[in-house]
Design a protein around this ligand. Structure first.
Ligand SMILES: *Cc1c(COP(=O)(O)O)cnc(C)c1O
Length: 361
């Protein structure tokens, strides 16, 4: 099999053993004579998959009992609206940190629903840094504080969490969930589209504290209210069964691989290899992000010219490393190194970077 090293930001690479298992099970699921994606979501076969995915998440993340785990549709993007619809409507305001493209989008939707108070705006430094968590001042009356734990486009990542006291902390963790241990009890609500670090596109994981489940008013359309899904264990309507099934397999793979501390160690190693190639290139590669805010998931860098960047991406492709083009809004290059990227992939890229710099400096 000729598998490439895939550095796409999302949908992103998945663990090979998971793909192989899916291939084996896709036509005839465990001898049932049909595939799982042809099976009723009310069947006992699917129920096992659904419940299993949820319990392995609860185990891996040590999700406390007073939190619900939901599998929703609509991507992280639907959460940009659903969070304020449930938690902001009827309240005076919420607090927001603007740290890059994704938090700006979340902010745009929240503003349509209520008052939003910006407690940090990184546009002054072009979103190349993050605030010190101690400098984030939330007001006691805020409905919640929203952060984006990892900005996938700009490549900045929170490495410590703000203390918000009784104000619920809400985080979009789409691009770094499961890459490190997570103190779930510090958060009121966590959401993440699956297609970066959890599985295939089509399902969004929401971990929500049960008192916040109750906040959404019954005037909301059923699907948009967290309570609807919490009450029915995410089986109010047909869930994205294939995505949940594969997500469950990825979770089992993480568990077998050593859990979240192991994921963090591997992530540090992968990112270290690539940042090292950047920092030791004598200025050939430049990472615009302040060192303390560098992401271990999405590594953004530039070469001396757009022409060299294009050649870099082409030659990397010829060497079976794909998906290195930067986001269209920023240009440059971006290497996304999520959990499923083997360390050898990051090592291959860092070696290629050194060689390319040597030849083109
Ligand atoms: C990809 C991404 C999103 C958007 O996710 P969709 O599932 O496409 O809606 C939101 N936030 C962050 C941080 C992302 O990386």
């Amino acid at each position: 099999m000729d598998r490439k090293y895939n550095f796409y930001a999302g949908p992103a690479t998945l663990p090979l053993p998971v793909l192989v298992q899916v291939r084996e099970e896709i036509v005839d699921y465990h001898g049932a004579g049909l595939s799982l994606i042809e099976t009723s979501h009310r069947s006992k076969e699917y129920d096992k998959v659904h419940t299993g995915a949820s319990s392995v998440i609860r185990e891996l993340f040590r999700v406390p009992d007073n939190y619900s785990i939901l599998f929703l549709g609509g991507g992280a993007t639907l959460q940009f609206g659903m969070v304020p619809l449930n938690l902001l409507q009827g309240k005076p305001f919420c607090d927001f940190t603007l740290t890059g493209q994704w938090s700006k989008k979340a902010y745009g939707d929240a503003k349509k629903i209520g008052n939003v108070n910006v407690v940090y705006d990184g546009s002054d430094n072009n979103f190349t840094g993050l605030p010190d968590p101690e400098d984030i001042r939330t007001s006691r009356d805020a409905a919640y504080l929203h952060i984006t734990s990892n900005e996938t486009v700009q490549g900045v990542q929170w490495h410590r969490w703000p203390e918000t006291g009784s104000v619920p902390l809400v985080a979009d963790m789409s691009s770094d969930i499961m890459s490190r241990p997570l103190p779930v009890d510090k958060f009121g609500l966590i959401y993440a589209g699956a297609q970066k670090n959890l599985g295939p596109a089509g399902v969004t994981l929401v971990i929500i504290r049960n008192d916040l489940v109750e906040e959404g008013q019954d005037t909301l359309p059923a699907y948009l209210r967290y309570r609807t899904h919490a009450e029915k264990d995410s089986l109010y309507n047909t869930p994205p069964v294939f995505s949940i099934y594969v997500l469950g397999l990825v979770m089992e793979w993480v568990k077998k691989s050593g859990g979240l501390s192991k994921m963090q160690a591997l992530s540090t190693e992968r990112a270290g290899l690539i940042y090292c190639a950047i920092d030791n290139s004598g200025g050939f590669y430049r990472c615009p992000v302040q060192e303390t805010a560098r992401s271990s998931m999405n590594i953004v860098f530039h070469l001396p010219s757009a022409e060299l960047e294009a050649r870099f991406i082409d030659e990397a492709g010829e060497n079976d490393m794909i998906g290195l083009k930067g986001h269209r809004s920023l240009g440059g290059c971006r290497a996304s190194v999520y959990n499923s990227m083997p360390v050898e992939g990051a090592r291959a890229l860092s070696e290629f970077m050194k060689e390319f710099a040597r030849k083109n400096s």
